[in-house]
Design a protein around this ligand. Structure first.
Ligand SMILES: C[C@H](N)CC(=O)CC(=O)O
Length: 242
């Protein structure tokens, strides 16, 4: 399973390749799926370019994406988009239509209440566990752990020299992860080493302009589809390596 993470918290200053509007997100998602992505993770943006959990922002994104792709679509619930936990719950209560799944960053205030609400509303939960936080400890102690769709093991270490070690430490901290499937990914300079580690461990992964703007050779990536194509090649070759 390779998820395409189309835009993340990036803004227009990260370049024209990063899709921001519903129309650009839908086109980028369709190209990424044609390149082999099996799921989409997206950060709906208000016109100013910031992540938003407002239904007025989410709805046109979901509608545009669903016109172009048939794969599951997940959205962020990051606290940076709505820092007040009560307001965040209110946003999620007002969502219609609903995404297929949503990531919940387990170290953020109100994470468990948010995950419980999403489950109650029929939205699958990706438990986002960031390295360098207490997310893994909180998740392993959580009664909701067995009910999540998967664990999104997020390696926040951007250094290509140390990201793999950070990833292994994060996986160790997650232990059995309540028996839930793992999706392992890195960010920025850690993206490609962690993707190759995911392949060697037989784990799901993700790739896209949210995680890196660069191809493995350091060239600028022209699109999410280009990253997915390269990601699948890197994944297959790391899987084959002795
Ligand atoms: C740190 C990750 N870029 C955050 C992420 O991918 C999950 C989310 O949207 O909350």
């Amino acid at each position: 399973m390779v998820q395409a993470c189309l835009n993340g918290s990036r803004t227009a200053e990260h370049g024209a390749a990063v899709p921001m509007s519903p129309k650009d997100l839908a086109r980028s998602a369709a190209d990424a799926v044609a390149a082999g992505a099996t799921e989409i993770h997206v950060h709906p943006k208000c016109p100013c370019g910031h992540d938003s959990l407002s239904p007025r922002v989410l709805t046109p994104v979901l509608e545009a994406l669903r016109e172009r792709v048939a794969v599951p679509i997940g959205v962020t619930t990051g606290a940076w988009a709505e820092p007040d936990p009560a307001a965040r719950l209110a946003r999620v209560r007002s969502w219609s239509p609903l995404p297929d799944f949503a990531s919940v960053n387990w170290h953020e205030p109100g994470a468990e209440e948010l995950a419980a609400l999403l489950l109650e509303r029929g939205v699958a939960v990706e438990a986002g566990i960031w390295s360098g936080t207490d997310g893994a400890a909180r998740f392993t102690a959580s009664a909701l752990g067995p009910r999540v769709l998967r664990v999104l093991a997020e390696v926040m270490d951007p250094d290509p020299a140390t990201a793999e070690t950070s990833a292994r430490a994060l996986l160790a901290a997650l232990g059995g992860a309540h028996g839930r499937p793992l999706l392992l990914h890195g960010e920025e300079g850690g993206t490609w080493p962690v993707l190759r580690l995911a392949a060697r461990l037989g784990l799901a992964t993700r790739i896209g302009l949210e995680d890196t703007l660069l191809l493995p050779d350091g060239e600028q990536a022209a699109s999410n589809a280009r990253l997915v194509t390269e990601g699948l090649l890197q994944y297959a070759s790391a899987r084959r390596a002795p």
